[in-house]
Design a protein. Sequence first.
Length: 319
Amino acid sequence: MSEVGGIPASVSGLVFGSQELGAGGSALRILPPPVTAGDDEASQSSSQLKWLERVSSVPLHVQYAYACHLWDGEERGAALSVMRSMLDRSGGVMVKAAGGGLHPNMAGGESSPPLEESRSSGELAILAKGWLRYGEWELQGEVGVGTERTSVLALSSPADRSAISLALERCGYATELDPTSYKAWHKLGMLHFEIVQSDKEEGEDDLSVSRPRSRSSAGAVSIALTHVVPAVDAFFRSISLGKQRQLQDKLRLLTLWFQHGGDLRVDHAVTQGLNMAPVDTWLDVMPQIIARIHSPKPTVRSAVLALLGRIAQAHPQGL
């Protein structure tokens, strides 16, 4: 059997990526191991994992693509195992270092340099994509949430909340590994946003049927604010990175601001974001901003007027 870079190059292969190998310029290929007709799914998955683990020279982007291929082929368990194996072997299980950097959380407490120093920017981007996709797959498997639109509304059981917490953790890894990833910041913002909306809708449902809230008002506010500020921060980041994909994130950000503004932490996060964002950012949501000129919340009203003043100076025709 012929091999390319230690990878079996035989029948019915899948070609991933565009990396070229050697002077011959042959495309990098990663091929699944031979499957016997009588093999069950468990033995096939085990064979795939053992085969992939033997090939230590396989680039990260190929391992990532192979895991995605397995997922698209409905081999969900194998896809999760391959992706997590890649993340574990590549320092993907992260812990915060004393200096603020990310370190691989190695089994046995092995010491290693910060991941940023041991990986190229391209490899960090692949690991970030891996964590993001892994979190989406886990969430879909645990609570049946789709990947096109992460909906966590009405998820109130402890198991559901635990799954959402894990997804937030995975997104957090992705944003730290690749702070320039729009998808990571967008997904992180969406998860926090929909948790907030879920809490809000739960409260409205309780009131509509005249039964007591399942938790105290103070507790609900605390839970909401725990997610509002991170959502605001994440949406400001995604808006700065999204280019043509900004509008929906802007509308969600404004929703959070107008609903929860007045809390010092929310006001601080919004003020910081507004000061950093170019005034041009808000031209396509001017009607929504102008509609809040008379907000009953003094801090929101003041911030809206200040933002409109900045926009008027730069774009008088925009008002």
